[in-house]
Design a protein around this ligand. Structure first.
Ligand code: GCO
Ligand code: MN
Ligand code: MN
Ligand code: MN
Length: 390
């Protein structure tokens, strides 16, 4: 019943299942995983597609002949196992050239090279069918505030996104951009640290209609924020182009844990929101297996991400269909009908007449202040659904 299926639109980054477990304190613990093998295994598990950074597929410095061979084999694997590539991105953080960032680096040669690398990676992504192109800030940030003017960094980022938007249009590509905020790591501070910062930036671009968001659970939690609310705002703005699902224990380093392995309650409300809002984009997992795992543990991890999403989806549907929940929500949302009509008119927009009506209305503030909202009862119902007792 919860087994993942292609129509669930689950995707994984090639870098997620191929994560070899290297961390700042220890070396790799798993052998490299070939992209073709990842495509095969993920397809068998029920995933819909895979995403990649240019260098996840074509190693940095490959010759044109090597690149052609790799791309040919990869296309064959996608075909053989019925997998798609809905998203692609650029690795602008691994090579030492990017140690001061890419689009916002102080060195103009680095900024120009970052554009060249991204144009090539866009070409590759589009060739493999990508419809969304992700921009994660990587090392776009500072360790020392003395190094850069933060206003100049915004301008440099805007120059890059505007230029690349035109590149996409000029080539007639069917591709949208999705900005992925993160507050820190690997730099001690990253520019555009949260959903809100990125969203505000989008409206200053030349082609705001082409640019949306790729928010990640772990990253907003690192910033101490409510991910469900960030996603709500992105959805409401029509800017949720993509999503990075994973999990995180509080505001620490980026943990990229298996989806739903920690914050079960907020992930329940996240899945409920995505499903009820009719989000139809990819459900992408940007996470990796614990460092303790061998290859089998990686597949256990991948299946776990997808199953947990489907289980939470079923639980959210049961919660919304529960008559007691429905009755409670109805009561909670019902008030004085005259006042309901006033706020309905506010939604329609301002008029002098409405302003006059509002200023002449009497409110029983004593009674309104004494109201009990029954949120304890409602929340307990949610908890019981999550725990499986209803
Ligand atoms: C991180 C990021 C990355 C990006 C990926 C795609 O680990 O901090 O989440 O995994 O999502 O580079 O751009
Ligand atoms: Mn990460
Ligand atoms: Mn992350
Ligand atoms: Mn991510």
């Amino acid at each position: 019943q919860y087994a993942p299926k292609k129509e669930d639109r689950f995707t994984f980054g090639l870098w997620t299942v191929a994560n070899q477990g290297r961390d700042p304190f220890g070396d790799v613990v798993r052998p490299p995983l070939n992209p073709v093998r990842s495509v095969q295994k993920l397809s068998e598990l029920g995933a819909w597609g895979v995403n990649f950074h240019d260098n996840d597929l074509v190693p940095f410095g490959s010759s044109p002949a090597e690149k052609d061979r790799i791309v040919r084999d990869f296309k064959q694997a996608l075909n053989d196992y019925g997998m798609v590539v809905p998203m692609a991105t650029t690795n602008l953080f691994f090579h030492p050239i990017f140690k001061d960032g890419a689009f916002t680096a102080v060195d103009p040669s680095v900024r120009a090279y970052a554009l060249q690398k991204t144009m090539r990676a866009i070409d590759l992504g589009v060739e493999l069918g990508a419809k969304t192109y992700v921009f994660w800030g990587g090392r776009e940030g500072v360790d020392s505030e003395a190094s850069k003017n933060p206003m100049e960094a915004v301008k440099r980022m805007r120059d890059a996104i505007n230029f690349l938007s035109e590149y996409v249009l000029d080539n007639g590509y069917d591709l949208r951009f999705a900005l992925e905020p993160k507050p820190n790591e690997p730099r001690s501070d990253t520019y555009f640290p949260t959903i809100g910062h990125a969203l505000a930036f989008i409206y200053t671009l030349d082609h705001p209609e082409m640019v949306g968001l790729n928010p990640e659970v772990a990253h907003e939690h690192m910033a101490g924020l409510n991910f469900v609310h960030g996603i709500g705002q992105a959805l409401e703005a029509g800017k949720l182009f993509h999503i990075d699902l994973n999990d995180q224990k509080g505001p620490r380093y980026d943990q990229d844990l298996r989806f739903g392995s920690e914050n079960i309650k907020s992930m329940f409300f996240l899945v409920r929101l995505l499903e009820n809002a009719g989000y139809t984009g990819p459900l992408h997992f940007d996470a990796h297996a614990y460092r303790t795992e061998d290859e089998q543990g990686v597949w256990d991890f991948a299946l776990g991400c997808m199953r947990t999403y489907n289980i939470l989806k079923a639980k959210a549907q049961r919660f919304d269909a529960d008559p007691e929940v429905q009755a409670l929500l109805h009561t909670i949302n019902t008030g004085d009908s005259a006042h309901q009509s006033l706020v309905d008119q506010v939604r329609q927009g301002y008029s002098k007449d409405l302003a006059r009506q509002l200023s002449e209305t009497n409110f029983d503030v004593e009674t309104l202040g004494k109201r009990g909202y029954q949120y304890e009862k409602l929340d307990q119902l949610a908890v019981e659904h999550i725990l499986g007792t209803r």
